[in-house]
Design a protein around this ligand. Structure first.
Ligand code: FCB
Length: 496
């Protein structure tokens, strides 16, 4: 039972506490042991694509320091660790035989985790497509979905005996729309019609991979998908404002949830996008494959989304695709009503994105924990019966390492307000199995490079030294007590 004991919120018995990372963001070792370039290596080498010209070539050097990192996880008391496998490390050409040296790395990592009692949660695809597959057409090309299922089979064959929890794809919205429509992420293409084919093939790849996992894994292993779902709110009261909400909710949420859970695309979204594509890439039988049952849905949440009609007066100033900070553009992207800037929101011409009121993180992302509560309640209401897990939640702040400590009170406040919101959702009946903080380590934050720090563990990129931030001590305390102090209490943090 969840509830409140004294000054603490308590979560249900068995609630899973953990942290998440992704291969390209932390591993480095980009040219070692047979690994070939992924689309992110190529993109990061493209002038102007990533802030500061940063690349993932070294990153947090986790490829060599994984044992030290697992020791830190143990010190924090994590129950689970969510990591991703680098596809070009284990199958360098994206097809054919596995690269045993690449698989060996994950084999060692998994054994190290199990040795200290941490459950490995493996994500097969966190955006690092082998460059060879992009050269052959990438995700807009149907064949890529089949290659993904083959890759899933290879990884399951080697690690299936020890990894109980599998995720196919992380955030297909980002991989499809930021990668192929707005071009803010690898491979940097700005082709709205191709982005819709990419989304379909990412979903098809998911379904095919779930089938491959079911065939290759022991029956107790669980399969999941991770989505970055949005809490979409109206900036104004008009019908046009509500239509903006419908369109953005359609593209951010229902375009993914409906096929995966109910085996159909939402007809209003198909109509919204009919001027861009005839959907002929959806073949008969695809939707049944995409709807292959999963055991758990992962929800990643960072900020709420506020939209209205382009003409509607609303709170605050509209976010402008040309002046908003880059990270803000990741979720607050002006639709191309003038037909100019590439947008991550095809079919949302005439929609205006607004910054939500209130404080923001270093990314410029509004802090509003009610958005997390509401997105969990919404999935529970509209797509009942599927266990959920918060698979990413966290915040970047300008951390200051001094005297071997990082007093990141803003991050603790962010995390504790979001845990209180998660707790409300659980008390309202949401079947929530766990909460994973993003991220264990500071890392390569995609188009932002190393400029943004999301870790609860600080990484000094000069000497790769790790330092537990105050938020890490705080999170360890939360885990020990199965819940945080009420009202942002910061038990577990050393006095300054
Ligand atoms: C999510 C990504 C993750 C990280 C966080 C901040 O969209 O899945 O890799 O970049 O945002």
């Amino acid at each position: 039972m969840s509830g409140r004991t004294g000054d603490r919120l308590t979560f249900p018995a068995g609630f899973c506490w953990g942290a998440a990372t992704a291969a390209y963001q932390i591993e480095g070792g980009a040219k070692e042991d047979g690994r070939t370039p992924s689309i992110w290596d190529t993109f990061a080498d493209t002038p102007g694509a990533v802030a500061g010209g940063d690349t993932g070539e070294v990153a947090a050097d986790h490829y060599h320091r994984y044992a030290e990192d697992v020791a830190l996880m143990r010190e924090l008391g994590l129950h689970a660790y969510r990591f991703s496998v680098s596809w070009p490390r284990v199958q360098p050409t994206g097809r054919g035989l596995a690269n045993p040296a690449g698989l060996d790395f994950y084999d060692r990592l998994v054994d190290q985790l199990l040795a200290v009692g941490i459950t490995p949660m493996l994500t097969l695809y966190h955006w690092d497509l082998p460059q060879e597959l992009e050269d052959a057409g990438g995700w807009p090309h149907r064949e890529t979905a089949y290659r993904f299922a083959d890759y899933a089979t290879l990884v399951a064959g080697r690690l299936g005996d020890r990894v109980p929890q599998w995720t196919t794809i992380n955030e297909p919205w980002c991989a499809g729309f930021l990668g192929y429509a707005s071009g803010e992420h690898a491979p940097g293409r700005t082709e709205p019609a191709a982005s819709l084919a990419a989304v379909h093939h990412l979903l098809l790849g998911h379904g095919l991979a779930v089938k491959a996992l079911r065939a290759g894994l022991p029956s107790h292993a669980r399969a999941s998908l991770v989505l970055n779902l949005a809490t979409v709110r109206a900036a104004g009261p008009t019908e046009a404002d509500l239509d903006a909400v419908r369109r953005v909710d359609g593209l951010a949420n229902r375009l993914f949830l409906d096929p995966v859970i109910a085996g159909q695309y939402p007809t209003d979204v198909l109509d919204d996008l009919a001027h861009l594509t005839d959907w002929s890439f959806v073949h008969s039988g695809d939707l049944a494959t995409i709807a292959t049952p999963i055991d758990l849905l992962g929800v990643n949440y960072y900020q709420p989304t506020l939209v209205g009609a382009a003409s509607s007066p609303a709170n605050g100033t509209p976010a402008d695709a040309n002046t908003a900070p880059e990270g803000q553009r990741r979720l607050i992207v002006q639709a191309p009503d003038a037909g100019t800037a590439p947008s991550a929101w095809p079919g949302c011409e005439g929609v205006q994105f607004h910054p939500a009121p209130g404080p923001v993180t270093a990314m410029g992302w509004p802090v509003d924990a009610t958005g997390l509560r509401d997105v969990l309640l919404r999935v529970h209401r509209d797509y009942p019966g599927l266990p959920l897990m918060v698979t990413e939640n966290g915040a970047a702040y300008p951390d200051d390492l001094a005297d071997g400590a990082v007093h990141d009170r803003d991050r603790i406040a962010y995390l504790s307000s979001h845990l209180a919101a998660v707790h409300e959702a659980v008390r309202s009946g949401v079947d929530l199995r766990g909460y994973l903080v993003w991220s264990l380590l500071d890392n390569f934050e995609w188009a932002w490079g190393y400029a943004q720090r999301f870790g609860i563990v600080h990484v000094d990129y000069q000497d790769q030294r790790r330092t537990l931030k105050d938020s890490a001590h705080w999170f360890a305390d939360v885990i020990r007590h199965n819940g945080p102090m009420v009202d942002g209490g910061i038990a577990g943090v050393r006095a300054e």
